[in-house]
Ligand binder design. Structure first.
Ligand SMILES: Cc1ncc(COP(=O)(O)O)c(C=O)c1O
Length: 326
């Protein structure tokens, strides 16, 4: 485990501008997925924390450091009833002595939903069941506590600028592992896209780190809430733009950044609703010892399997789901 981050090695000037706390076990391992083909590789973000891993921990290293640097004491966030982000946020808030409230909207029942609700309670989060996504978003944005200097409103999935920087750092971490010969330069990285900071950060970070890699996001969340776009090339692009502005304001010279790539065709009937391809991917990954969830990783893994069948180039599946037992 390293006690600094490769982003700070690449840009030492960020040490003063960017609050960071060591909360994750990084670097996460990168390994062949031999059972799936000679070109198949996996990045094990499921092991990013000894108690509860997954992709959120990387984001929260920067987000919760920002919360503390701003002198705030109480994080308010939102997610579905099975939110992995809620669990990771509750756990790390408890570790840092911060209060945590999670506003929850309904999603289809599953073991993940049950486990994650009990984990959030165990980690001391205050849970507020709000019903539909629309009601939840309203209670998040029209919240009187927004006027309080002690509260920090954290967008779902930890997808703000600080969270995106966590995944820019992840691209530099992968570059280090490629330089050390731990894996080949992947032609493609496949990730699920929900609230977007994972794909946004990797897309910016791969360009900054000089990776010759396409970042491919598999959309697993609704593209629109009524008429409002929520998970589209434009919404991901907006988050990338805000993050690039932040970097430019902090005197980082950026290379050309490509627009995000989003594939819609693995989404199926809805958020959290299982798909046949997803179930097949879950069974294949289980044979390799990797557990997927039906909401995010099964759908991304289905796309990944199609992709490794279609090309002999090295391809990396970025595993974003916790694998630590409840
Ligand atoms: C297991 C898992 N994978 C992927 C994602 C999507 O990441 P992002 O929200 O950064 O798009 C999430 C988001 O909640 C998640 O919980």
């Amino acid at each position: 485990m390293t006690s600094t981050r490769p982003l700070f090695n690449a840009y030492p000037q960020l040490k003063d501008a960017l609050p960071w706390r060591q909360l994750a076990d990084l670097p996460t391992p990168v390994a062949p997925l031999a059972g799936l083909g000679a070109n198949a590789w996996i990045k094990r973000d499921d092991l990013s924390h000894a108690v509860y891993g997954g992709n959120k921990i990387r984001k929260l290293e920067f987000i919760l450091a920002e919360v503390m640097a701003q002198g705030r004491e109480h994080v308010i966030t939102f997610g579905a009833t099975g939110t992995n982000h809620g669990v990771a946020t509750a756990m790390l808030c408890q570790q840092l002595g911060l209060r945590c409230t999670v506003l929850l909207f309904d999603q289809p029942e599953s073991n993940t939903v049950r486990d994650n609700l009990s984990r959030m309670k165990k980690f001391g989060a205050e849970l507020k069941f709000c019903g539909s996504l629309g009601h939840t978003v309203l209670r998040f944005y029209a919240n009187p506590l927004r006027l309080s200097p002690k509260h920090y409103f954290l967008f779902a999935g930890g997808s703000n600028i600080a969270g995106t920087l966590g995944f820019i750092n992840a691209a530099f971490e992968l570059r280090q592992q490629i330089e050390q010969g731990q894996c080949p330069m992947p032609a493609k990285i496949v990730v699920p896209v929900g609230s977007a900071a994972t794909v946004a950060g990797l897309t910016i970070g791969a360009a900054m780190a000089g990776l010759r890699t396409d970042i491919v996001g598999i959309r697993v969340a609704p593209s629109h809430l009524g008429p409002i776009p929520t998970c589209t090339v434009d919404t991901v692009g907006q988050l990338m733009k805000r993050t690039c502005h932040w970097l430019s304001r902090n005197k980082i010279a950026l290379p050309p950044i490509p627009p995000p790539t989003l594939i819609d065709t693995y989404y199926g009937e809805g958020y959290g609703v299982r798909t046949e391809e997803g179930d097949r991917a879950t069974a294949k990954f289980a044979d390799c010892g990797i557990t997927l969830d039906q909401t995010y990783t099964a759908k991304a893994a289905a796309a990944y399997l199609d992709s490794i069948d279609a090309s002999s180039d090295a391809q990396l599946y970025w595993h974003t789901y916790n694998s630590r037992p409840a």
